[in-house]
Design a protein around this ligand. Structure first.
Ligand SMILES: Nc1ncnc2c1ncn2[C@@H]1O[C@H](COP(=O)(O)OP(=O)(O)OP(=O)(O)O)[C@@H](O)[C@H]1O
Length: 672
């Protein structure tokens, strides 16, 4: 098959698709793989169009059209509602988009292929039952592309135009300033504008410039490690969810991922700010000024306290040397109080350094910041403090850059693994979402029969919250003895006839998609098409009647059909309706199709019918204590069930009083 063979792909779309995917073969492969997300990347391609295109391509492989099987609008409506239900429970956009590309068909091969997918999905989901995989998968969003943020305090200098071109081609200049420098002077000028400049190329000797570092590598992880890491940081929550999901899969032995441990360990290290040494340096930078001021304040208070208790006895010698030429009484005081100052200064420095967890050389710097002088009040040396903080900041930055580079070097080559893992997990969720849906709703794979039939035990209408299970069968399913292929379903009002008919449609549609059905057991034939005719409201005028009859004419064609019709009698007056229904059923029966018609005219229809027609009924068993109908929603075979208006009248009689009650009672006696 070629791309152009996909129905709806004309020369123009063929060309656009080939351009989008590189060539025609890749485009066709993408369609068959169900790449709805990729298709939406094309201008003017909506999700709906993308899904339809994928469906047409898939169908073409099996020579079916996606619109072939569901003939009537109401059949399509039931399919749409089923898909909404299924996709609303998918964990990821990928699963939502891809599940939407499945459609019912009459192709046994297509059904079988889908069944293999669904069966393995259910197996995986049951192996994973009880894990919180769904929570992790729900957090896996599309990976975000590199953000625009750039590094501003560093720059890269290169010594040749060709090197700068190469860096620009790689997009390095989008993440950091890149400059061309041709002399030591230019390099020195450049260094003034940045905290650090990395020099690439060996033609300039930067030895004399401490702010310049010669590049050890020209790769991104070295020049701008932030660029490598940002991808990981930006996608942090997604990557975490991916690792957690992959770990659950690996633990349950559903899948294994080589290199996963490595990735998760490195992702943990992405939080570089949690490096204790860096945290310590950052705290010194942020708090040094305050802590030093506190220590000095404490020192002054302490000195004051001690001085108040201090008394000084001067010896005659001291007095003589103070009063002598060049003598100074302050020196005498200094020497006598030196020890007290020493003690207080030491304690003040210890206080600051302990608070800030300072080490070796940092402690030594405090001697400059809180100088060893006998002077009151004590004062810190502001310049020394600023120098110290700058020096610590430089150290912190160098350390941060080194650890960024270490990590970036390790992660640089891992992005393709991340992308592959992301893709694998999203693809896994397509089946997993289907599998969990099937398990949660107790769905089961139907078995296939050759002769036209559909039947199930304990079927549950998926559109109801808490449905009562219902069993029903038409045709030779082997589930019950009644094997007629056409049946009229009669029964009490609100007995559940429409709900059952809709359930049959759900079973037929899901089975023809190769998906499991809501029943405890199910046997069905592969039909060519499904017709669903909903209940029409009120008697139709001549024009509308004509249009409706035209709709039924589609039933005349060949092929094995399954036809579900709800109270067709409303289309015209009862006598004529019964004749029309009878002949439609006869027509279908002769053509080997299967039909279930809900009707209150069962007796008349049977009278006009020439074929083997069965009448089944949903019976009302009476009224409960609250006057509500008690109904057995599973039809009884070969039973004409009346609509039992007498039960409604009985309820009215029970719930009314006085004259009204007497009126209902008189009416009721006519039925007894
Ligand atoms: N199997 C079921 N489990 C739970 N509720 C059901 C079931 N079948 C029908 N019901 C509920 O009973 C009500 C009547 O159902 P439904 O419309 O299918 O009856 P009906 O026989 O088609 O009625 P009518 O003859 O008036 O058209 C609905 O509210 C429906 O949700």
């Amino acid at each position: 098959m070629r791309l152009i063979d996909v129905p709806g792909v004309g020369a123009k779309l063929n060309e656009r698709l080939a351009a989008h995917y590189g060539d025609e073969d890749s485009a066709l492969e993408a369609l068959l793989r169900g790449d709805v997300a990729g298709l939406q990347g094309m201008r003017g391609m909506s999700q709906r169009q993308a899904v339809a295109l994928v469906q047409r391509a898939r169908g073409a492989v099996y020579s079916v059209k996606p619109t072939d099987f569901l003939v009537t609008e109401e059949a399509v409506r039931i399919y749409d509602s089923l898909m909404e239900l299924l996709t609303s429970q998918a964990h990821t956009d990928r699963a939502r988009e891809k599940l939407a590309t499945y459609f019912p068909s009459s192709s046994r091969n297509m059904v079988d292929e889908n069944r293999r997918f669904a069966e393995s999905a259910i197996t995986s989901a049951s192996l994973l039952a009880g894990c919180d995989l769904s929570v992790h998968l729900s957090r896996i969003k599309p990976l975000r592309k590199e953000a625009a943020a750039r590094v501003r305090n560093r720059a890269v200098a290169v010594d040749s135009p060709s090197a700068i071109r190469a860096l620009k081609e790689r997009g390095v200049d989008r993440a950091i300033d890149v400059h061309l420098v041709e002399s030591l002077r230019e390099l020195r000028d450049l260094a003034q504008g940045y905290d650090r400049v990395t020099l690439l190329g060996g033609s300039i000797d930067s030895f004399a410039l401490p702010e310049i570092e010669e590049a050890e590598s020209d790769e991104d992880w070295y020049l701008v490690p932030e660029r490598v890491l940002r991808r990981y940081q930006e996608n942090g929550p997604i990557l975490e969810a991916m690792v957690e999901a992959a770990e659950v899969l690996a633990e349950s032995k559903v899948a294994s991922f080589e290199g996963l441990d490595d990735l998760s360990e490195r992702l943990a290290r992405l939080k570089v700010d949690e490096d204790p040494e860096l945290l310590r340096l950052d705290r010194i930078i942020a708090e040094a000024e305050g802590r030093v001021a506190e220590a000095v304040g404490w020192g002054n208070a302490e000195l004051k306290k001690r001085m108040e208790r201090f008394s000084l006895t001067l010896a005659g010698d001291d007095l003589l040397s103070a009063l002598g030429r060049g003598g100074d009484l302050r020196d005498v005081f200094k020497s006598r109080m030196g020890e007290t100052f020493n003690e207080v200064l030491k304690e003040a420095r210890d206080m600051a350094s302990t608070d800030l967890e300072m080490k070796g050389a940092e402690r030594a710097s405090l001697e400059e910041i809180i100088p060893q002088e006998v002077r009151y009040p004590l004062e810190e040396d502001r310049e020394a403090l600023i120098r110290f903080v700058q020096e610590v900041r430089k150290r912190a930055e160098a350390k941060r850059l080194n650890s960024l580079r270490d990590l970036a070097r390790e992660l640089a080559g891992r992005w393709s693994f991340v992308e592959a893992l992301h893709e694998e997990l999203l693809e896994f969720d397509v089946g997993y979402s289907l599998g969990t849906f099937a398990l949660e709703r107790g769905l089961l794979m139907p078995t296939f029969a050759e002769e036209g039939c559909v039947g199930f035990i304990e079927g549950r209408n998926l559109f109801l919250q808490d449905p009562e299970p219902v069993s029903y069968s038409v045709g030779p399913t082997g589930l019950v003895e009644a094997e007629e292929r056409t049946a009229i379903l009669s029964g009490v009002n609100s007995g559940g006839k429409t709900t059952l008919l809709e359930l049959v449609a759900q079973v037929v549609i899901l089975a023809h998609m190769g998906f499991p059905v809501p029943a405890a057991a199910c046997r069905i034939t592969i039909f060519d098409s499904l017709y669903y005719f909903g209940k029409s409201r009120g008697t139709l005028g001549a024009g509308a009647f004509e249009a409706t009859m035209r709709k039924f004419s589609v039933l005349a064609g060949g092929g094995r059909k399954i036809v579900l019709a709800d109270e067709l009698e409303a289309i015209t007056e009862p006598g004529a309706s019964a004749k029309i229904i009878a002949s439609l059923l006869d027509e279908l029966s002769r053509g080997g199709s299967v039909a279930i018609f809900v009707s209150h005219l069962a007796e008349d229809v049977a009278r006009f019918s020439e074929e083997d027609l069965r009448i089944d009924g949903i019976d009302a068993l009476g009224l409960d204590e609250d006057g509500e109908l008690i109904v057995d929603r599973t039809p009884v075979y070969y039973r004409l069930a009346k609509s039992t208006p007498e039960l409604i009248i009985e309820r009215l009689a029970r719930t009314s009083e006085g004259e009204e009650r007497e009126f209902y009672s008189r009416l009721l006696s006519k039925f007894r």
